[in-house]
Each structure stands twice: as C-alpha cells, then as structure tokens.
Ligand binder design. Structure first.
Ligand SMILES: [Zn+2]
Ligand SMILES: [Zn+2]
Length: 274
C-alpha cells in the first residue's frame, strides 16, 4: 500500500470527548475513531489515518489503562482514512477485525475502491483526493464478516445497519436503548469537501463525503433509513458529534432533500437529467 501522510489537522484533533459513559470519540487529523465499551470490554470503531497507530494506542491507554487492548476492531467501511492504522494496530493488539461482507473484497486485496472523483465539491480536500491511496489492504487472515443476525461482536445492545452508497459495504451502528448512532460516512457533521470547514470543524450536517461516494441512490436510501431511527446522538466519521433537536432537524432536512443538498450536480459518479 502506498504510504501517505496527509498534512492536515482539525482544531479538534487530539481532543477526545466522552459522548456517553461507554462511548468515546477521538478525532485523529480529519477523521474520528471511537472507543465503544468499558475498560473490561471495548472495541475500536475504525482505525484512523495512516501513521496514527501510536496516537490511537496512547489515547486508549489514557482512557482504559496501560496495556489495554480492544476485543476487536470494527469498521464502518474500508476507506484509507478509516483504515490507515489498521495493519499496525492488528499486529500490535492481535485482535480480530469485522466489516460488512460486501466490504471484505476491499480489505483482502480482491478489489480496489474506484478512483476518488476530485472534480466534485471544489474545496481543497476534494482537490487533494487524487493523492489518497486506493490500493486495498491485505487482511485475509484477520478480517471476518459481521454476524448475519445484525448483532455486533463485543457491543451488546448494538446492531449494525447496512448503509451502502458511500461504499458497497458501509455500515452504521445503532443502540436502541439510548438512540445512539455511529454513522460512519453515511452522513457527516462537517462539510468534508471544504478544507476550511474541516479545519474549523464548523458543525453542519452533510451527505457522505462527495469525492468518494459512488452510488447516490443507495446513499440517499441509507440517510433515510438512519433518519427513520430518530437518533438522539450521532457520532460520524468526520466532524463533531451532534445530538438532540439539532441532529433531528438537520438529519430530517438531509433525508428530505439529499439530492438538492448533498449530491454534486456534476461528477463521474453522478448521472442526472437536470
Ligand atoms: Zn469514506
Ligand atoms: Zn471518511
């Protein structure tokens, strides 16, 4: 895999936040990872940007104690900014990785993600997307499909929800008891295509990051599916956590009008008549 270090960071980078007693979000450069669970049993959701394994480990030890290890690493999807430190963390912690079965080809060297569409969105992050690596990981012996019954390993009370569009095997995680949602990139709370907004983490709900989303019809269905759950709290792959009324109204607005608000008017993964 091509090594790449993206020289950007957000204001919130490095400052973690406990959004629920057993849900901790930690921004690493432009992307979030999540520690779900308690000291006795926790999992890492997503694995951050390339070369951030030490940062993630350090933060985990700060929270759970020296030598702590998650029971598993569970992926919302396999894009490089969510799997950058994955290989190193798996070697270090010797833990299993779970992802949706449709995402496995991208994690085991069988398929490459399509080239990012750098023509959409306009902002600097979009402009940088050609330098994002799309070569697949080779996790043949370490990655398993999520259980078919919708449960999530080592995360009791949670279920995974297939939310394709951004990638074919994208999943979100939902806990009914407190209406908590881990949305990955199904929607995000910062306009990821704009470097300024990423840097300042201006809170603004937005569709999936445009430059990497390939199936907008599926992405739309996925946003509607998540809106129907009526989440009280959402931690997304990019941007700050969002909760309560602000989340409710913004997510509903996005679900009602994704095509106007989030789908680029032009681009190689868009086929629109208007
Ligand atoms: Zn992504
Ligand atoms: Zn992402």
């Amino acid at each position: 895999m091509k090594e790449s270090f993206i020289p950007v960071t957000s204001i919130a980078s490095g400052i973690g936040l406990e959004v629920m007693p057993d849900l901790y979000y930690f921004p690493v450069q432009i992307v979030n990872v999540i520690f779900a669970g308690t000291q006795d049993e926790w999992v890492l959701i997503d694995a951050g940007m390339p070369k951030t394994a030490d940062k993630i480990t350090e933060e985990a030890e700060k929270r759970f104690g020296e030598g702590t290890r998650p029971r598993a690493i569970i992926l919302t999807h396999g894009h490089f900014d969510h799997t950058g430190a994955l290989k190193e963390l798996v070697e270090r912690w010797k833990v299993p990785v779970y992802a949706h079965i449709l995402e496995l080809p991208y994690l085991t060297g069988k398929k490459d993600y399509p080239e990012p569409d750098s023509s959409v969105g306009g902002g600097l992050v979009s402009g940088m997307s050609p330098m994002f690596p799309t070569e697949p990981l080779h996790l043949e012996n370490d990655v398993s499909p999520l259980p078919e019954d919708g449960t999530v390993p080592f995360m009791s009370g949670w279920r995974w929800i297939h939310t394709p569009g951004h990638t074919p095997g994208h999943v979100s995680f939902y806990r009914e008891s407190d209406a908590s949602l881990i949305a990955g990139d199904a929607f995000v709370t910062v306009q990821q295509e704009s470097l300024y907004k990423v840097m300042t983490q201006k809170q603004e709900i937005s569709g999936p990051p445009k430059y990497l989303t390939t199936d907008w019809d599926a992405a739309y269905e996925s946003v509607r599916k998540l809106n129907d759950l009526n989440p009280h709290l959402a931690v997304t792959g990019h941007g700050l956590p969002m909760a309560g009324q602000l989340l409710g109204t913004s997510l509903k607005r996005l679900a009602d009008r994704l095509y106007d608000l989030a789908v680029p008017a032009h681009g190689k993964y868009v086929d629109r008549d208007d």
